[in-house]
Ligand binder design. Structure first.
Ligand SMILES: [Zn+2]
Ligand SMILES: [Zn+2]
Length: 171
């Protein structure tokens, strides 16, 4: 039996998180009766909202996720076949939203970028470097920094620390 639906869901909840959906959830597939078990297979198409891994701006991403789950409303079947993942349901309807959410989650990339060369956020001031330029990087070539660098070099060429430890060894 063919299963097709287009569900305008604003959110899908995943554990304690929510995934914002920017398009209706489009499912097309079929359900087969395997005797006490129902096999639901198909494909999910939906556009979700994600955050750029670098700058945390919103991105929309179209996801195509394969779906395959076995359901049963017989407690005995659910308990017997523990090696297979069978989801138990009762009543007339199967709520597949948590399964759909998991299938979509599996298809999401580990990292998403708003665009290939997203400049991200400045680690100093947190400004979005795609939208604005901050002063932090310019301070690197600030003359005051050069003075500090000289001081650092001075202290390391003093050699007091190494001779001090050598003296300790003699005692
Ligand atoms: Zn970005
Ligand atoms: Zn900055």
């Amino acid at each position: 039996m063919d299963v097709k639906f287009k569900e305008p869901l604003p959110y899908l909840s995943i554990d304690r998180d929510e995934m914002k959906l920017l398009s209706p959830l489009d499912f097309s597939g079929k359900i087969e009766n395997l005797g006490g078990r129902l096999l639901l297979t198909g494909n999910i198409n939906v556009t979700v909202e994600l955050l750029c891994s670098r700058c945390a701006e919103n991105i929309s991403l179209e996801v195509n996720a394969p779906f395959s789950e076995i359901f049963t409303n017989l407690k005995t079947v659910a308990e017997e076949e523990q090696e297979e993942e069978i989801s138990f349901f009762s009543g007339e309807e199967i709520d597949i939203t948590s399964h759909v959410a998991r299938a979509i989650l599996l298809e999401l990339p580990m990292k998403v970028l708003c665009h290939e060369n997203c400049k991200g956020l400045c680690s100093e001031c947190g400004v979005n470097l795609n939208q604005a330029k901050c002063q932090c990087t310019e301070e690197v070539i600030d003359p005051r920094f050069l003075v500090l660098k000289k001081l650092v070099n001075l202290s390391s060429t003093e050699g007091g620390v190494s001779s001090g430890s050598a003296e300790k060894k003699n005692i």
